[in-house]
Design a protein around this ligand. Sequence first.
Ligand code: B4P
Length: 193
Amino acid sequence: MRLILLGPPGAGKGTQAQRLVAKYGIPQLSTGDMLRAAVANGTEVGKRAKAVMDAGELVSDEIVNAIVAERIDQADCDRGFILDGYPRTLAQADAVHDMLAERGILLDSVIELVVDDKVLVGRIVNRAEEAKAAGQPVRKDDNPEVFEERLREYYKKTAPLIGYYYANDQLRQVDGMAPIDDVTAQIEALLSR
Ligand code: B4P
């Protein structure tokens, strides 16, 4: 199964992807996690990505496309994968189309988590508070100021993908405002059709 999870920052893509990993036994390919790992490891990609991510902007298509192309060739992706937070621009959507076509792989579904912007900043502030309380590091971009920029980037660059996948008849939507377990149930219902 090859899936794309689409939605604004804090919509719950990462949360749902982890549940799908547990259910379907395929890996979650989160470009956000991959980039954060590159930053933590001080790699060349990490050095280029850090300031951009801290400001809530999108890392360049060139960097992100390269890390995904490399990742999907790893053996654990043979049976499928969940793209979480990728693609995020029309250029990335074209790139993923080409990547899959070159490998003779079909995309099963693009699932949009539909949410009301008003709840998102609250979720992000909550995550930051929970991390702090647990003694874990707080993401530099999980604060209201940077979040505003992340949302602007989403509307400028990522939201057009909804039309792109709708036009290709690949878009499926779930209510991302529902409790986490309900969102999971909606996704599983779509996938079992
Ligand atoms: P990401 O790591 O992808 O961050 P995100 O969009 O904020 O996360 P997500 O939607 O997964 O939210 P989550 O489930 O965690 O990106 C971070 C940065 O990396 C970007 O800003 C960019 O700089 C860079 N980047 C990543 N991919 C890129 C790309 N393709 N191109 C360029 N740059 C890229 O949920 C958030 C919170 O909400 C959690 O605390 C969760 O518990 C809660 N929650 C989830 N679902 C809920 C529900 N139904 N009800 C209530 N709470 C819920």
